[in-house]
Ligand binder design. Structure first.
Ligand code: SAM
Length: 263
């Protein structure tokens, strides 16, 4: 490892603090024989603690410079996938059992990673990840706040989210510019039933297209003037997307569906 140079573009900020590592693994409630995916084992600080729990561990690491060390340290105790986790074929790799994800995520893949997790959400029983504090706040944001947006709605649609704790930047090396936070995601027991989820998310995205604009203006992308008029009989279109809760968005979607079928 003497010649190892950290790669900033790969988000390589390694954890120094074993207490944090233990707290993360404890939150994931890892039991022997659990199937666990770790994203970005790096030099293996989290990997080691996970293996202490005797789980079935699959790790995804993109940096080939780290492979010899990981293979040396953990040899056949881990299934090391030498690939970009975003490009890996999850369909093929996911076992029939539910999987837990535990990771100190590289910052730059947070959003695409979470959107991929959402696609496969039924395969995961619990996700405990460290991400930038600012992104954790966006995921957990309250309706009407500046942090509230598509990411909030999307993650909370699939998961119950807990903001667990903040991790100060000096607990990593090299030290990142911002603090981090650990969050837990547990699949929601009762997800809303939406017939056309694709269209629902199109409405949400359109409503946030321009945060400063009222729904009346943003929704012009989907509805004609007559339809907007009709919608305004049942829905206050002077509101902005950022003030709508999930159930209000569902109501908006249902109204739009009805109007589109009748006009
Ligand atoms: N788990 C270690 C720790 O806590 O010290 C390292 C965490 S470091 C924040 C992120 C790790 O993810 C690095 O080892 C980096 O090489 C790896 N990585 C970055 N992008 C990746 C990707 N797209 N797929 C898989 N691993 C990636």
């Amino acid at each position: 490892m003497r010649n190892f140079h950290n790669k900033k573009k790969l988000g390589q900020h390694f954890l120094k603090d074993k207490n944090i590592v233990r707290k993360i693994v404890k939150l994931a409630g890892i039991k022997p024989d659990d199937y666990v995916w770790e994203i970005g084992p790096g030099k293996g600080i989290l990997t080691e603690e996970l293996l202490n729990r005797k789980c079935n561990l699959t790790t995804f690491e993109i940096d080939e410079k780290l492979y010899p060390m990981l293979e040396d340290k953990f040899s056949n105790k881990i299934n090391l996938i030498k690939e970009d986790v975003l490009k890996a074929n999850w369909k093929k790799l996911l076992p029939s059992e539910k999987v837990k994800i535990v990771a100190n995520l590289p910052f730059q893949i947070t959003s695409p990673f979470l959107f991929k997790v959402v696609k496969f959400s039924e395969h995961f029983s619990r996700i405990v990840i460290m991400i930038q504090k600012e992104v954790a706040q966006r995921i957990k944001a309250k309706v009407g706040s500046k942090d509230y947006g598509i990411l909030t709605l999307k993650i909370q649609y699939y998961f119950d989210v807990s903001y667990e704790f903040t991790v100060k930047s000096h607990l990593f090396y090299p030290k990142p510019k911002v603090d981090s936070a650990v969050i837990s995601l547990i699949p929601r027991k009762e997800k809303p039933e939406i017939e056309d989820e694709k269209f629902f998310w199109r409405i949400v995205e359109t409503s946030f297209r321009n945060r400063r604009k009222m729904l009346r203006n943003n929704l012009k992308e989907i509805l004609n003037a007559e339809q907007i008029n009709e919608l305004s009989n049942d829905f206050d279109l002077s509101k902005r997307g950022e003030t709508l809760t999930e159930s209000e968005f569902i109501k908006l979607y249902e109204e739009i569906e009805r109007i589109q079928k009748t006009t």
